[in-house]
Design a protein around this ligand. Sequence first.
Ligand code: AMP
Length: 463
Amino acid sequence: MGIGKKLREECGVFGAFSFSSSVVSYIYYGLQALQHRGQESAGIAVYNGEKVNFIKGLGLVTEVFAKENLKALEGRLGIGHVRYSTAGSKGIVNAQPLVANFRREYMAIAHNGNLVNAEELRISLEEEGRIFQTTSDTEIILHLIAKNFHKGLIQAIKESMREIEGSYSLVIMTDRKLIGVRDFHGIRPLCIGKKEDTYFISSESCAFDVIGAELIRDVEPGEIVVIDENGLTSYKDEVSEKKMPCVFEYIYFARPDSIMEGRNVYFARLEMGKMLARESPLEADLVVPVPDSGVAAARGYSIESGIPIGDGLIKNKYIGRTFIAPDQKEREIGVKIKLNVLKELVKGKRVVLIDDSIVRGTTMKRLVSLLKDGGAKEVHVRISSPPVKYPCYFGIDTPSRKELIGAKMSVEEIRRAIGADSLYFLSIEGLKRSLGFNSICTGCFDGNYPLEKIKEQVYNYEV
Ligand code: AMP
């Protein structure tokens, strides 16, 4: 596997187990609340007491499911998935949940994350004669659990966890059980919710609010949570690793109304904006957020600096995340149709333009020139995260180092490239202080990944 060539996935997972009622509508609405985590495909698998029925398709949750086909998915136990991956991996074959016939029963699995030893594992499983139907890492996990199943379900999962390396938040359905699993560092989020006699496992807590459930707690790093007719049981191995949740969830990926590790995402972003104003104060007339990703940080910047905030950029609500477009030309057109400048507001003003991150630099370059063309006197860019210098191996789609502007250029060179009057990125210390905890994966900013194997590969790799 060459660095930067690997397929990376960011997804949303959701599972439900009820003692009394059908769960399909909960899963449907749960997935809709997680739609920001993946728009490429959606799927739901439900066990109805006799067999597993499932529907998967390409597109948004509302496009894949209609009232009629949801009727075919009645049952008290089910899991769902929304998927987002980079170019080359599209296609229904990789859509999840993956459902397998197994020991005259079934097993279904949905995964958010990315394995870093997938290739080695796949080769060794193939050498044992196992056949794969997809190109996704998730099928490897399915095979490993099946292979070890004769030792008992929990032992099989534990042994699989010892073999796989990387990030994984899983919901699994087998043996009439709903199972949630989180990797040893807790890189991707996963939490438990409850409403009356129905339990839920979700990538984010915002899904619980939508269906009227209550957030109970996060699944702990290295924990296996089993929900069945006996209620909820937790299993944790003696192996304990440092908790290292992904910082990019707080910066960009998660929904602001989610709570992760006890920290509300919106307030974390607000604090990042305040910290940015403290680290890099300015004489300016107007704070302009990049909608929607820069909104919370821009409010924080405005509160701390006293500079008024205004909607200098207007967003077309019907355009999805432009970053997801597979090639550069499409991404550039995407930025143009997505955002327009409110000339009447920005004319003659010294603007502080705030976004959460710069990855390739496409968005910022375009926005600075939009604001200048719209009459802004000065455009000062403030970013509520440090420069992205390293790719993510754990599920966030930050591409190869060659494409990362922060890996190739100094801050001053980036400023020139995007045409801004000044540019400042939040420090890593400021970022951690805004979150209120230190133990967090900042690999994309400083190469400090929770896995030694990745650190070595990255440091030996030329930009
Ligand atoms: P770029 O134009 O490549 O510099 O991307 C930066 C913009 O994309 C910012 O507005 C971010 O909010 C957004 N962004 C950053 N990371 C991601 C990601 N992994 N997926 C989708 N959008 C992202």
